[in-house]
Write a protein that binds this ligand. Structure first.
Ligand code: SF4
Ligand code: SF4
Length: 427
C-alpha cells in the first residue's frame, strides 16, 4: 500500500530515532492509565489530551501502522489509518502542551518514558513545519545568532560590564574584572539567555562564588548562551549545532570543565544528551554550578553564614536538574548551609511536581492559560510549606514560579540558590 508523503516524511524522522528503548516503549504500554495522575497538566485539567500515554499514542499509531505486520496489511483491525496532514494538526496541542518533565515516566510501572515518544512526535511536527512558530523562531535564532532571544555579543558584553561594576562596588575593589575569553582557564562558565536578560543578579551571584573560591574561570564572548531550543523542538540537528558550538569553544579555550548556570534543560542537554547526539564522549567535564559550589563548600573554599538568610526558604527541584539531571542533594546541602530555615516541599526530589514552565511552554504564548493552570499542583506545594522565599536552580522555572506566585497570590519571593549563597558568603 502506498504511503502518503506526510507518512513518508514522518517515518524518516521516526526511523532515525528508533532504537531498542524507544521500540520497547512503543510496544509495551498496556494503557493502564496510571501515568495520568502523575502529570500536573492532567491533575489541573483531567481531559484526554493531557494523559501522557495519549500524547505518546500519536507516535505509537504511526509505528503500529507502518512497522507492524498487522498495521501494514490489516490496519482496519487495529483501527489505524494513514498519517495525513489533518492528523498532524491534531497532534500539535497534546504534544506541545507538555513540559517533558518525565514525572509520568517515574510513575509508570513498566518504566515507559512517554517523554521520549513526545520528543519524537515533536521532531515529526518540527520537520513538517508545524511546531509552534515562536519555538521555531527561537531555534532558528539559536543557530544563526547564538541566542534564542537574539542577544548579541555587544549586548552580552554590555551586560557583563554592568555586572562587573556592581561587583566592584560590592567587593569594594575597583580592579575586579569579570574574566572573558581567558585561554587556559580551568572552567568555562556559560549562562543562559533568560538570566542575561531577566535575572542578571543570578549571574552576578555566580561570579561572586567563582571569585570567593579563587577559581580559574572564564566566560566566552562568542559562546555566551547555553540555552538549547533544539531540545524543545525535538530537532536533533539544532541540538547538535548548539552543543557543538559549546564544545568547540571549550576546546579552543582549553578548559577542563564546562559549568552551566542555573538552567535545567541546558545542563541535561550538555551533560547527558550531547554525547548521544554527537556519538562521542565530551573532552571535558560538564557540571552544574551547584555541583561545583557544593564541592567548594565541602573543601572549605567557600564558607557560608546562614544568618544572612533568616527567612523560611523552600526549594523547587527543577525537573531537568533533579529527575533528569541527577543533581539532588547538592542544592539541599547548600540551602541548609546558607539559610536559617530550609523547608522541604512534599513530594520532593525526583517525585517533585513540575512547575509547569518547561519544555518550551514559557515560549508559547498561545498556551499561557494552560501553563498557568498546570502550575496548580506546584502552587499548592509551595503554599503548604509556609515559606516566604522560594528558591530554585533553573531560570526557566524561576520565570514560571514568579508567574505562579502572582497568579495564585502565593506572596513568595522567588530567587536562585546562587543568590542566597552569594548573600551568605563569608570572606
Ligand atoms: S505509559 Fe505506563 S502508566 Fe501510562 S498507560 Fe502506559 S503502561 Fe500505563
Ligand atoms: S512529561 Fe510531564 S508534562 Fe509531559 S506528559 Fe509526562 S508528566 Fe505530563
Amino acid at each position: 500500500m502506498a504511503q502518503t508523503t506526510v507518512a513518508h516524511d514522518a517515518l524518516q524522522v521516526l526511523d532515525a530515532r528508533l532504537n531498542l528503548p524507544l521500540t520497547t516503549y512503543l510496544e509495551a504500554c498496556t494503557h493502564c492509565g496510571l501515568c495520568a495522575e502523575a502529570c500536573h497538566l492532567y491533575r489541573a485539567d483531567p481531559v484526554a489530551k493531557h494523559i501522557p500515554c495519549f500524547k505518546a499514542d500519536t507516535v505509537r499509531k504511526v509505528y503500529q501502522r507502518y512497522h507492524t505486520p498487522t498495521g501494514r496489511f490489516l490496519p482496519w483491525l487495529l483501527g489505524l489509518s494513514d498519517l495525513d496532514d489533518e492528523t498532524l494538526d491534531d497532534w500539535v496541542e497534546p504534544v506541545f502542551q507538555c513540559t517533558m518533565c518525565r514525572r509520568c515516566s517515574i510513575e509508570c510501572p513498566l518504566g515507559i518514558d512517554n517523554a521520549a515518544m513526545i520528543a519524537t512526535a515533536r521532531a515529526i511536527l518540527t520537520s513538517a513545519g508545524k511546531a509552534p512558530p515562536t519555538l521555531m523562531e527561537h531555534g532558528r535564532k539559536s543557530c544563526e545568532a547564538g541566542s534564542p532571544l537574539g542577544l548579541t555579543r555587544e549586548q552580552f558584553l554590555d551586560r557583563m560590564e554592568w555586572i562587573e561594576e556592581e561587583l566592584q562596588e560590592e567587593l569594594d575593589d575597583d580592579d575586579y574584572e569579570v574574566p572573558i575569553d581567558q585561554e587556559g582557564a580551568d572552567i568555562l562558565f556559560i549562562p543562559a539567555s533568560i538570566e542575561l536578560m531577566k535575572y542578571p543578579q543570578s549571574i552576578q551571584a555566580c561570579c561572586r562564588i567563582f571569585q570567593q573560591a579563587g577559581a580559574s574561570w572564564t566566560l566566552s564572548s562568542t559562546c555566551y548562551d547555553v540555552t538549547n531550543f533544539g531540545v524543545f523542538l525535538g530537532d536533533s540537528q539544532i541540538s547538535r549545532t548548539i552543543a557543538t558550538r559549546d564544545i568547540e569553544e571549550a576546546e579552543r579555550l582549553g578548559v577542563h570543565t564546562v559549568v552551566t548556570s542555573e538552567c535545567g534543560h541546558a545542563y541535561r542537554a550538555l551533560r547527558w544528551e550531547a554525547p548521544d547526539w554527537l556519538q562521542e564522549s565530551l573532552p571535558f567535564e560538564v557540571k552544574n554550578i551547584l555541583e561545583l559550589a557544593d564541592e567548594w563548600v565541602a573543601e572549605g573554599r567557600l564558607r557560608l553564614d546562614p544568618s544572612a538568610n533568616p527567612e523560611p526558604v523552600t526549594y523547587h527541584d527543577p525537573c531537568n536538574i533533579t529527575r533528569n539531571g541527577g543533581v539532588v542533594e547538592e542544592p539541599r546541602r547548600l540551602l541548609s548551609a546558607c539559610t536559617e530555615e530550609f523547608r522541604e516541599m512534599t513530594p520532593n526530589r525526583e517525585r517533585n511536581w513540575c512547575c509547569g514552565g518547561g519544555g518550551g511552554f514559557h515560549s508559547m504564548p498561545e498556551y499561557d492559560d494552560v501553563r498557568l493552570a498546570s502550575g496548580e499542583m506546584k502552587a499548592k506545594q509551595v503554599e503548604s510549606t509556609g515559606a516566604t522565599v522560594l528558591a530554585t536552580a533553573c531560570a526557566n522555572c524561576h520565570l514560571q514560579l514568579s508567574d505562579l506566585s502572582d497568579h495564585y497570590e502565593l506572596g513568595v519571593e522567588t530567587v536562585s540558590v546562587t543568590e542566597l549563597m552569594a548573600n551568605a558568603l563569608v570572606e
